[in-house]
Design a protein around this ligand. Structure first.
Ligand code: SF4
Length: 163
């Protein structure tokens, strides 16, 4: 692995890194996986036909071996974890799944719905600091609220963060 800059997509030289790797026999002797490997090295992508053949491939072990090669070509031995921020915009739900300890009826004293301003206030601390490059996902779990189903602001909630 060359000592070049690593981005979220991995090493910019990942195709060269991949080409320089030893190829396990369960990849080199398999026409689908060896074709996939050649395409990745030459084009950086597999085509639809190879993708379909890999989807119905009968060796998960061989598939994961190829995936592991690509992972090492891109990121070496480093492993990254996704920082995920969950902001529940409401706990009001019209259903009552037996396992659920989250939902509340609309008249329950602990029921809540965040306004857009409250939601923005909760996620804003992550928008303009070095955290911006670590926080990769903001989840917006919702109950099935009769009130929220008519809400038109949901798709725009996160836009102030990432525009
Ligand atoms: S919040 Fe989800 S899991 Fe809980 S009762 Fe509603 S639908 Fe079911």
């Amino acid at each position: 692995m060359t000592d070049d800059a690593i981005s979220l997509q991995g090493s910019s030289n990942w195709r060269s890194n991949l080409e320089a790797m030893d190829v396990p026999s369960h990849i080199s002797t398999d026409s689908t996986l060896s074709t996939a490997l050649r395409m990745l090295i030459e084009q950086g992508r597999i085509d639809e036909d190879i993708g379909n053949r890999m989807f119905s491939h009968d060796s998960l072990f061989a598939l994961t071996a190829l995936a592991n090669m690509v992972k090492h070509a891109r990121f070496g031995p480093n492993v990254y974890f996704n920082d995920n921020l969950h902001v529940n915009t409401t706990n009001i739900c019209v259903l009552a799944c037996r396992f659920c300890a989250f939902r509340k009826g609309p008249r329950h004293s602990d029921a809540y719905e965040l306004s857009v301003e409250e939601y923005i206030h909760r996620i804003e601390p992550y928008s303009n600091s070095s955290m911006r490059f670590i926080l990769l996902e903001v989840s917006i779990p919702l109950g099935l609220s009769n009130i929220m189903k008519n809400c038109t602001v949901k798709p725009s909630l996160a836009s102030p963060l990432f525009t």
